[in-house]
Design a protein around this ligand. Sequence first.
Ligand code: SF4
Length: 266
Amino acid sequence: MSNQRMPTHVMGVSLLYKCNFSCEHCGYIYIGDAEDHIIHPGYRLTWDQVVTAIKDCASLKDSYWNMNYTGGEPTLWEEEGKDLADILIATANAGVLPTFNTNGSYFEDYENCHKFFYRYLNNTDTPLKTFISMDKFHKNYDQEKGRAKSLDTIAKVIAAFPDNKRDLLPVHVIIIVTKDPNSSLPEEMKKHYGAMGITFGDFPMLNIGKAKKLSDQMPEPFDFGPMRQKKGNGPPGMVLVGDDYYLGSKKIGKLGHMLDLYPDGV
Ligand code: SF4
């Protein structure tokens, strides 16, 4: 039976600096306003560091972690024949829920896309949510036709899986919006892909990273509704960069020592 539990904690994992896009609003490779983080050209987490982080998450009793892999572009991560799919499989097999953010470019190619998801589902029955960033800054969709090659290909690949496997591969498009009320994706496009089960959500451009230069386009702060409450003293989530765990812009812990942050458990 597939695992559809809701996570209790979230860890963002910045896998590498490298990206094949150069979006003018990029905030992914920045940790809030932190000046001391190490995501610079050449930055890349090693396989050993990733495995240590997975063990950290899996070791906290009575919790169910979601590890969300980002970059740069996480599909570009590789080490000695291992790639992002290996990381996601290792995460799932350790009892942690994997998700990842991508610009979708890797999935435009049918063979790549099929191989990636096929290999994942051949090794685990844990759901894998794919978040695709798509907006006018990424320029990764056809603005005239309201179609995206990555979404077309992913939808085709997922449709080829049997019913019981399709549910394990949800896809959500994150749209970075500005103060321009028309900055979201076209409604017709959302409807077209929505019929295939792909969901969409607006997310405000944040005043971090390169986006700081676009302050004239910055939207009003969003109301995300009440934050989920969590019992216990430890943080509800964090971001891993190199050997350090961050909460917002602040370093709070060391890789391999996450349990120190939860002395009283969850
Ligand atoms: S926003 Fe994403 S796709 Fe664009 S440059 Fe930054 S990491 Fe790459």
